[in-house]
Ligand binder design. Structure first.
Ligand code: UD1
Length: 444
């Protein structure tokens, strides 16, 4: 296939016609089909977004493969282009050249739609000595401040202020270079760990991040940076040490599979009571998820190095608490709630990572689930079946939960708010249809 230069116009970030109430595109699902077959898991969205920002660190060509095709990736591409970065996409391969950064300011209209785009602040600041990035948007799942990112950059010697909704960061003296230091994070934030790690890569001297996030996407970003010549040790543990270098070099790097997409398909198999095979997964990234599926009554078999088979059994309730990795991921909480809604007995789900991430409860209850919310806890009383209904997706993972509920429900479910789904699942409908789900996107 021929290489195509990406051109994402800044005013066309909404790919689907989903915002109008009159002709909004919706997803219709007819539930209770029996599924079978195998599904290939795509590259990890959250790795890809951080690594694309990380490519700013390098003044020469970077090739990144296994990039999923998603609206969020398109938005991050637009941000990089607005900064002057050249991008060429060919299938799942993205070539990035950040030699000529023409602007230190990320455009508000895209940053406001994609929280991960804030991650450009670290690479911009450490490479140019100055960065201006609007406060981010993203899913409506809580306040999601950036104070830990800001405090980390300040500890590295940056002057940071917030003016008119934009974070302005600059390094005075020392040729505009950040200076390594020891940073303790009050909370192991994924984004703050990534921001500080990227900024420290080109800083003078050694930086130690304590209470760092251990998520596989943090490790992937560290591996990507190391492939460009960065000196990072300890990624995947609570202490990451970065020895600053003067310059990074070209790389050719493939990102890890998406553990959240994998978890979503495991739930699809369980909720449809159907045996499925997932390929291109890293089972160690799914330990907590696999443990919970086993408690719920499913068998999970590792068939090959990167291949998992789910064999569902009689579903029973369990308790889940979301936690930083290696704990149970908050990004699979909604999908597991859909599963527990049709599992026998009571379950308690506690959301501890985000303070406002239970919007899907009302929609699941509209489908016949029996879920009661108190604070950040949801008490799920299993029901024998769900009934198809019109439902509204409120955020990315909530929309996946509603699709899963639709797969399990009797009759037709109509999911609205597909702009959330399109942010983070590559070809979800195509993949589900191949497994036997009866669904279609329609514009009335
Ligand atoms: C990343 C993931 C997101 C996932 C989350 C937790 C990306 C693009 N997104 O988001 O899918 O749900 O990790 O696994 O990688 N917090 C602060 N101050 C900060 C930063 C975070 O208080 O400066 C709080 C947040 O409000 C939240 C908690 O820390 O309550 C966790 O956030 P964090 O780990 O930073 O998540 P993100 O990096 O935004």
């Amino acid at each position: 296939m021929e290489d195509k230069a990406i051109n994402f116009p800044l005013n066309s970030t909404k790919t689907n016609n989903v915002n109008s109430t009159t002709n909004e595109t919706v997803l219709e699902i007819w539930g209770r089909a029996s599924l079978q077959g195998q599904v290939k898991i795509s590259g990890a969205k959250n790795s890809a977004l951080a690594i694309m920002a990380g490519a700013i660190l390098c003044p020469t060509d970077c090739r990144i493969s296994n990039i999923p095709s998603l609206v969020d990736i398109g938005r991050m591409s637009q941000i990089l282009q607005a900064l002057g970065v050249k991008l060429t996409r060919n299938g799942d391969i993205l070539d990035i050249n950040a030699r000529d950064i023409v602007s230190q300011e990320a455009p508000y209209d895209i940053v406001s739609q994609l929280r991960a785009s804030f991650f450009v602040i670290g690479p911009l600041l450490t490479r140019l000595g100055v960065a201006r990035v609007p406060l981010p948007g993203g899913c409506a799942i809580g306040a999601r401040p950036v104070d830990l990112h800001v405090r980390g950059l300040q500890a590295l010697g940056a002057d940071v202020m917030i003016e008119s909704g934009t974070v302005l960061a600059g390094v005075k003296g020392r040729g505009g270079r950040l200076k390594g230091t020891k940073i303790y994070l009050d909370y192991p934030s994924v984004g703050a760990t990534e921001t500080i790690m990227m900024a420290a890569t080109l800083a003078e001297g050694e930086t130690i991040i304590e209470n760092a996030a251990c998520e596989p996407e943090v490790v992937d970003l560290a591996n990507f940076c190391c492939s460009m010549g960065a000196k990072i040790k300890g990624a995947g543990t609570q202490t990451i040490t970065i020895a600053g270098v003067d310059r990074l070099h070209s790389t050719d790097y493939s990102i890890i599979p998406d553990r959240i997409e994998a978890g979503t398909f495991l739930v699809a198999g369980a909720i449809a009571n159907s045996e499925l095979v997932l390929t291109h997964v890293i089972p160690e990234h799914l330990s907590a998820v696999i443990a919970k599926l086993k408690e719920i009554g499913c068998q999970i078999r590792q068939e090959d190095l990167n291949c998992l088979r789910i064999i569902p059994g009689h579903l029973r309730g369990t308790n889940i608490e979301t936690l930083p990795f290696p704990g149970f991921p908050t990004d699979l909480q909604a999908q597991f709630m859909a599963l527990l809604a049709v599992s026998e007995g009571d379950s308690l789900i506690s959301e501890t990572v985000f303070e406002n991430r239970l919007h899907h409860v009302a929609e699941l209850n509209r489908m016949g689930a029996n879920i009661y919310v108190k604070g950040n806890h949801a008490i799920v009383r299993g029901v024998p079946f769900l009934s198809g209904a019109p439902v509204q997706a409120t955020d990315l993972r909530a929309s996946a939960a509603l699709v899963l509920a639709g797969i399990a429900a009797r009759g037709k479910t109509v999911v609205r708010g597909l702009q959330h789904l399109d942010r983070g699942y590559e070809n979800l409908e195509g993949k589900l249809r191949n497994l036997g789900v009866n669904l279609q996107r329609v514009t009335p």
